[in-house]
Design a protein around this ligand. Structure first.
Ligand code: SF4
Ligand code: SF4
Length: 462
């Protein structure tokens, strides 16, 4: 029989007439739910504590938008560390590729903040206040329990949003902002309110659609997985043909599978799919259907594992293989990129020196007839100590360096502009240019020579 239009579906969360199919999944208790709770709550604690943990006096993780520095477990990256940051980004991408090839969507079901917060924080509050799915469906829209739920959601979203901001401004600055008037820090306050509002919309309304229609990682699964990757799958060979549990057919008369068509696996699925229809893009690998089906099998005194973690090949009766193209190529690339990353960190200089474009005239003629060419250096102190830098000329004949101060002090992890003049006779310039070599020392072993092009008068201008 063809279902009525309002019941037919194009997506698990969308009816054919475009209306939203609200999901109220039941909760299946079991070993995987216990495991996910342990992992999920550990991740929540880590998320809250990470900006507070200090390594070498610096936050364990801070993407400081104000000083434009990124702190990652004791390492400090600045905008000038483009190559190191690119290698770090490549490392993350390759780890995602490798983990997905091996373990499928384990991240989605066990570690993704969307799943962790929705399934372990927001949905349990909803179940606590609104009751079972059928009780919840009967509550009017503005029932006090529903309003209380939204109020708790708003409070949690606001608190999480503050933690989120701490990753970008640091806990010290955030604590100071919390006690000041919001008008004194309108930018930060707007971010907190904006992120909290987005969380509210996501966890109260958008929910599983984030995984089904919005998340790019979910969309990439078809290219990241192979037939050996870990998936949650239904053992069709064992489960079919389905037979209702109560209908006890004489064993020898008709073959029957272990699936009793109880729909327990469907009623607990947070994305609203039926895993018995095969691997689907909507499956986030949360293992709720495994826990539900294992409980049914336990009751029927049948073997567990009708639904389980498996692979497409294993479901087809083939052997599992660890060694395959993806599990060889990804680790090889990963080793190369991590090697380059470690090498670039290990050989990182104690300071970086850049020649910058100076403002104003690039040279002036002095009363004694010599040419004063302007040079602007930028020194970045990459250490955790204050440093004093001296700058001298190296192997540049017929030139004198003029520096407004004998030493340039640069604070730890800070940068400073150093304006200089190099005086030369006009004859030193060919085609209006000459080169000079500047040596930068910090008297503690750091030394760097930079070559600068000085501008001066063309022959006709002298
Ligand atoms: S929970 Fe298990 S027995 Fe029940 S419908 Fe799903 S697969 Fe079949
Ligand atoms: S099919 Fe199973 S593992 Fe996949 S999302 Fe639904 S309940 Fe989770």
């Amino acid at each position: 029989m063809t279902p009525p239009v309002h019941q037919a579906r194009v997506l698990s969360t969308l009816n054919a007439d475009g209306t939203r199919r609200w999901l109220r999944p039941k909760l299946a208790h079991g070993r995987f739910l216990t495991g996910r709770r342990i992992v999920g709550f550990a991740l929540i604690v880590l998320f809250v504590l990470l900006p507070r943990i200090r390594i070498g006096g610096r936050p364990a993780l801070l993407i400081d938008l104000i000083t434009r520095e990124i702190n990652v477990f004791g390492l400090v990256f600045r905008p000038s560390d483009g190559v190191v940051l690119m290698l770090f980004g490549l490392t993350v991408v390759l780890v995602v590729f490798l983990v997905t090839a091996l373990f499928g969507r384990v991240w989605c079901g066990w570690g993704c903040p969307q799943t962790v917060y929705l399934e372990l924080v927001f949905r349990p509050i909803e179940r606590w206040l609104e009751g079972t799915p059928s009780q919840a469906a009967r509550l009017p829209r503005f029932h006090p329990r529903k309003l209380a739920k939204l109020a708790i959601y708003a409070a949690i979203s606001f608190a999480l949003s503050n933690v989120f901001l701490a990753y970008f401004v640091g806990t010290d600055r955030l604590e100071q902002w919390v006690f000041d008037s919001p008008l004194d820090h309108l930018g930060g306050f707007s971010v907190v309110v904006g992120v909290a509002a987005l969380m509210m919309v996501d966890f109260a309304y958008f929910r599983e659609q984030m995984c089904i229609v919005a998340c790019p990682y979910g969309r990439l699964q078809s290219v990241l997985l192979d037939k050996q990757s870990l998936i949650v799958g239904y053992d069709e060979a064992r489960g079919e043909p389905r037979t209702k549990a109560k209908k006890s057919l004489p064993v020898l008369e008709e073959p029957r599978g272990d699936c009793v068509d109880c729909s327990a696996c469907v009623s607990v699925c947070p994305t609203g799919i039926d895993i018995r229809q095969g691997l689907q893009m909507e499956c986030i690998g949360c293992a709720q259907c495994i826990d539900a089906c294992d409980a049914v099998m336990d009751k029927l005194e049948r073997r567990r594992g009708l639904i389980g973690y498996t692979s497409q090949d294993r479901l087809a009766g083939k052997r599992g293989r660890l060694l395959r193209a993806r599990t060889v190529i990804y680790p090889a690339l990963l080793a190369l990129v991590v090697g380059l990353f470690v090498l670039s960190i290990g050989t990182k200089s104690a300071a970086e020196v850049f020649v910058q474009r100076a403002t104003g005239p690039s040279f002036v003629m002095l009363p004694d007839g010599r040419v004063a060419s302007q040079v602007l250096l930028k020194i970045e102190n990459e250490t955790d100590e204050l440093k004093n830098y001296t700058i001298t000329l190296a192997e540049t004949p017929n030139a004198t360096l003029r520096s407004p101060q004998p030493r340039w002090q640069v604070k730890a992890r800070k940068a400073s502009d150093v304006p200089l003049f190099v005086d030369s006779p006009p004859e030193a310039f060919v085609g209006g240019k000459r080169t000079a070599h500047l040596r930068i020392d910090d008297s503690e072993g750091f030394q760097k020579i930079v070559t600068v092009t000085l501008l001066g008068p063309e022959r006709g201008q002298r």
